[in-house]
Write a protein that binds this ligand. Structure first.
Ligand code: ZN
Length: 463
């Protein structure tokens, strides 16, 4: 019996698609190509996930787990000879506990579905990112997603209380912890968070919820120098007493791109400042918080840290500010850009961007560069648009210019997107040989036959 027939016998005919049935499925929400695989299995329970993995391991078929297909580093790409395990039928929000402030969900629930469900309980799940409508919570955990509010709430890693994971051999490792503090031995769930499907398949999660904020203040400010941007971060964080929930920077070119046609957004501030920062504060006292927010901005003006400010006066204004920042799709106009998510100390950012601008000017003719990012977290996004038909030939020069200087600054080749296939050659820029050996040891221990998402993060085989 072939693998399709075997999987159908285990989880049902309709739950398994064969290669021909995949022909019209997109490979991802940013992608032009279609899925390829031997089969796509859609288990509807942990037991079915376990049955699929047991079967695949027994027959030495590699398994690539897929969630919402919103990744940016080819971490969930499948080859024609591999089996895809999709979490699309693991869609249950099992419980929301307002007292313990946690939710129990299956891995295929989208981020937005959980955000909306907890609102009814006056609670918030603070992870937030542009792909919220498609990205799944299992995928958010498998890639340790970051996004817009890391400065206040941390990354996905900080929001997961418990996990259930199916290992390569089909055994179920259940750690559905609901406690905030639990120091009873190794924290095994953290091994799987950020492992991009290479160590196990996440099937269920217990997620930490927060009280919904009652005040929400935002401003967009124009800044004349990078030193002032860095000083502004300390100024507002100190002044807002723990309420700062986003500090998003946009370099001038990015701001112009997202506030000019064909983009929908219009500029709340003139377009000639070198830097723009989107500031957001969340608290519990609408009147008092607004007053303090205005005072902090006013003192930033008096101290010369900001040159200009536009305050949001309504929820619609807040949404419009976020829409500017989130309109990253504009970098896709005119071709597929190369997109990066590097991390480095704030003190090194200006030098880094100046060096990158010079290196690209010297070695990559006809490119365009945009810079923006979660500056409060030390995370910059870069998009490099290349002339049509030259993206692949120029990619190595761009990657060299982006990644090589990070070694000197002790930065990271991935702040939040992960490694996947795309950044695997560059992992040694950010990890020592000893760290890479330890990663190979873990992979070998948990997936000795190498069937789980092989080749992602690490080269297949021993270090
Ligand atoms: Zn981001």
């Amino acid at each position: 019996m072939d693998i399709v027939a075997q999987l159908r016998a285990l989880i049902g005919d309709n739950a398994v698609l064969d290669a021909t049935q995949l022909a019209d499925r997109s490979a991802g929400i940013w992608r032009q190509d279609h899925l390829r695989a031997l089969a796509l299995a859609r288990p509807a329970s942990t037991e079915e996930v376990a049955a699929v993995l047991r079967c695949c391991q027994q027959h030495q078929h590699s398994v690539v787990t897929q969630g919402g297909l919103t990744g940016l580093v080819h971490g969930a790409d499948a080859a024609a000879a591999e089996v895809i395990l999709s979490t699309e039928r693991l869609r249950a929000i099992e419980s929301i506990d307002p007292q313990q402030r946690c939710a129990t969900v299956q891995a295929g629930v989208t981020l937005q579905a959980l955000q909306e469900a907890v609102e009814d309980h006056d609670l918030m799940f603070p992870l937030d990112l542009g792909a919220r409508g498609s990205a799944t919570l299992g995928g958010n955990a498998a890639t340790n997603a970051g996004g817009n509010r890391v400065i206040r709430y941390g990354m996905m890693r900080d929001m997961v209380l418990g996990l259930e994971v199916v290992l390569a051999d089909g055994s179920v490792l259940s750690n559905m912890n609901r406690l905030i503090k639990n120091n009873a031995g190794y924290d095994l769930k953290q091994l799987f968070i950020g492992s991009e499907g290479t160590l196990g398949v996440i099937t269920r999660l217990v997620l930490r919820l927060r009280e919904a904020p009652r005040s929400h203040d935002m401003a967009l400010v124009g800044v004349e120098s990078f030193d002032q941007v860095a000083a502004l971060l300390k100024h507002v964080d100190r002044g807002l007493g723990g309420r700062l929930s986003a500090f998003e920077a946009m370099w001038q070119d990015f701001y112009r791109l997202v506030s000019s046609p064909p983009a929908q957004g219009r500029p709340p501030l003139p377009q000639d400042y070198p830097y723009y920062v989107l500031l957001e504060s969340q608290g519990a006292e609408p009147q008092g918080d607004r007053q303090q927010f205005e005072q902090v901005l006013e003192s930033a003006l008096v101290e010369g840290l900001i040159a200009d400010a536009a305050l949001a006066n309504s929820q619609a204004d807040c949404a419009a500010f976020w829409a500017l920042r989130d309109d990253v799709a504009q970098v896709f106009n005119g071709g597929t850009p190369l997109i990066y998510d590097i991390s480095l100390p704030i003190a090194e950012m200006e030098n880094y961007v100046a060096g990158l601008t010079g290196a690209l000017a010297a070695s990559v003719p006809g490119h365009r560069l945009w810079v923006w990012g979660h500056l409060g977290d030390g995370n910059l996004h870069l998009a490099v648009q290349l002339p049509a038909n030259q993206a692949e030939s120029l990619r190595p020069a761009v990657e060299r210019a982006v990644y090589t200087p990070l070694a000197e600054f002790r930065g990271s080749v991935s702040a939040e997107h992960g490694i996947g296939l795309e950044k695997r050659p560059w992992l040694p820029v950010s990890r020592t040989p000893e760290e890479l050996r330890a990663m190979h040891c873990l992979k070998q221990a948990l997936d000795p036959q190498g069937v789980l998402n092989p080749g992602k993060i690490l080269e297949p085989g021993p270090a």
